[in-house]
Design a protein around this ligand. Structure first.
Ligand code: FAD
Ligand code: 2HG
Ligand code: ZN
Length: 473
């Protein structure tokens, strides 16, 4: 790839005021949410339309300039920021915010990639529909970023991940052509599924500029409860019972370890809930009932009584109001912020078969505690999907830098255990730049070879978000 500096003047002329080069203006685009990676860039381009995106990508292809697509910059694995070579151009989709169409009969909504997730949820609500993708970053992440990472979140148990919620995409390819694949079809077997290749590709195959999304009916009532359990094994027994009793109305099942509750109490006291800091593990359950509040409350309370009587849960609190329900969710949603405020941390966004989670946590906790005495496990996440944020913080009072030096050894223990359980080293956050090498280690040769061939086919010049997902060759 060229190291000389191509002239930006044609882009600057086309993007009057929307091509940032001043370091004070570009800085927010160059560091990720975790503040773990800071890169440099030639410029940050801010397109308004799909044709703008295409013209930037064509310019980048012509001059062999790497393109780093960026949405809300809330990713956890460093995918949205450039490396420190200063050669890349950051392509921020943040100004592309049009809701293009809502079709309540087809139950679809088509939105520009830069729409914030909450804006999409609100547009669906205005049409008396639900767009069920939901995650704590929803006030700043974009639908393009959600699709590019195939985000999960707290509704996957019932509605699936971003891929399951997307019927069509519009994409600017690596050579700057526009593919309009905005089909609102539930059935379309006309060959290879290009949409599904772009979803989850983290900006390494093309730029998603718009998407057609699936909508659902709004529920009549929602119930939320926090239940205390002794262990992840007990949480799994609760999951099995809840799925039996609530069937498809069970829409959320999140688990958190005691330290999560303690860290929220310490760093985000307004979101603290005493139950979470007083028990080894807590589960946040949510049901969404299509019929009525009375029906929802009755089924939910019966479930918790039965769980008590069976000795599965030791304590529980059912939210008596919308405000209390929000408070329970605030506890859960503030764990990442509380963990970041506590200090240097190592994240493992892992999945294993749901049935294997109890043993996985017990065995891996024991191995880590034995090898790194005092290490603190901050374990939480989407238990109903078999996906845990099996995160760790340094021992209380220990220096962060020394702890981070142990990251490769800590990762090896965790990921070997994940591999042994038949799991994945990235359940929902993607690979970004964080897990490229580890993916090469844990994936089979044939998978890696097919991935490399796809990358070369879609992006022969290697300009699309280089160094993310795949190693630079
Ligand atoms: P960015 O961070 O800007 O980009 C992410 C990746 O997508 C990068 O590789 C980027 O190059 C690429 N990209 C962005 N936009 C485009 C585009 N239009 N076309 C092509 N490529 C693009 N994630 C979950 O899955 N589940 C959670 O529950 C969850 N909770 C979170 C909670 C918090 C507090 C935070 C900070 C993050 C959380 N995340 C979660 C991670 C993050 O929010 C998601 O990965 C989200 O989908 C990223 O969207 P974004 O717009 O911020 O993308
Ligand atoms: C969540 O579920 C996010 O809250 C973030 O996926 C997880 O901070 C993390 O590790
Ligand atoms: Zn998560």
């Amino acid at each position: 790839m060229s190291t000389s500096s191509p002239d930006l003047s044609s882009l600057r002329a086309a993007f009057a005021g929307r091509l940032l080069t001043d370091p004070a203006d570009t800085a927010p685009f160059l560091t990720d949410w975790r503040k773990r990676w800071t890169g440099r860039a030639r410029a940050v381009a801010q397109p308004d339309t799909t044709e703008d995106v295409a013209s930037v990508v064509r310019w980048c292809a012509q001059h062999r300039v790497p393109v780093v697509p960026q949405g809300g910059n809330t990713g956890m694995v460093g995918g949205s920021v450039p490396d420190d070579s200063g050669r890349a151009l950051v392509l921020s989709l943040a100004r592309m915010k049009r809701i293009r169409a809502v079709d309540p009969i087809n139950n679809t909504l088509t939105a520009d990639a830069g729409c914030i997730l909450t804006e999409v949820q609100q547009a669906a609500q205005q049409a008396d529909r639900l767009f069920p993708l939901s995650l704590a970053a929803e006030g700043s992440c974009t639908i393009g970023g959600n699709l590019a990472t195939n985000a999960g979140g707290v509704g996957v148990l019932r509605f699936g991940n971003a891929r399951d919620l997307c019927l069509g995409v519009e994409v600017v390819t690596a050579d700057g052509q526009v593919w309009n694949g905005l089909r609102g079809l539930r059935k379309d077997n006309t060959g290879y599924d290009l949409r599904d290749l772009f979803i989850g590709s983290e900006g390494t195959l093309g730029v998603i500029t718009a998407a057609t999304l699936k909508l659902y009916p709004q529920p009549a009532a929602r119930m939320t409860a926090l239940a205390a359990v002794a262990s992840p094994h007990a949480a799994l027994r609760l999951l099995e019972l809840a799925q039996r009793r609530l069937a498809a109305t069970l829409t959320g099942f999140e688990m958190m370890s005691r330290l999560c509750g303690e860290l929220v109490a310490r760093h985000v006291p307004s979101a603290a809930v005493p139950l979470a800091a007083a028990n080894p593990y807590c589960v946040l359950l949510e049901s969404s009932d299509p019929h009525s509040e009375a029906n929802a409350a009755q089924t939910f309370e019966r479930l918790l009584e039965e769980a008590f009587e069976a000795g599965i849960i030791t304590d529980a609190a059912v939210a008596a109001s919308i405000a209390q329900s929000r408070a329970f969710w605030a506890l859960r949603e503030n764990i990442p912020l509380a963990q970041a405020t506590e200090g240097d941390n190592i994240k493992h966004d892992i999945s294993v078969p749901i049935s294997a989670i109890g043993d996985f946590v017990e065995r891996t906790n024991a191995m880590l505690e034995q090898t790194f005495p005092g290490i603190r496990m901050v374990v939480f996440g989407h238990l109903g999907d078999g996906n845990l944020h099996y995160n760790v913080n340094a021992p209380e009072g220990a220096g962060g830098a020394r702890f981070m030096a142990d990251e490769p050894a800590i990762n090896a223990i965790v990921y070997d255990a994940v591999a042994q359980a038949g799991g994945s080293i990235s359940a929902e956050h993607g690979l970004g730049q964080l897990k490229v090498a580890e993916n090469q280690h844990y994936k089979s040769a044939i998978e890696l070879s097919l991935m490399a061939r796809l990358k070369a086919t879609f992006d022969p010049l290697g300009i699309m978000n280089p160094g993310k997902v795949m190693p630079v060759t």
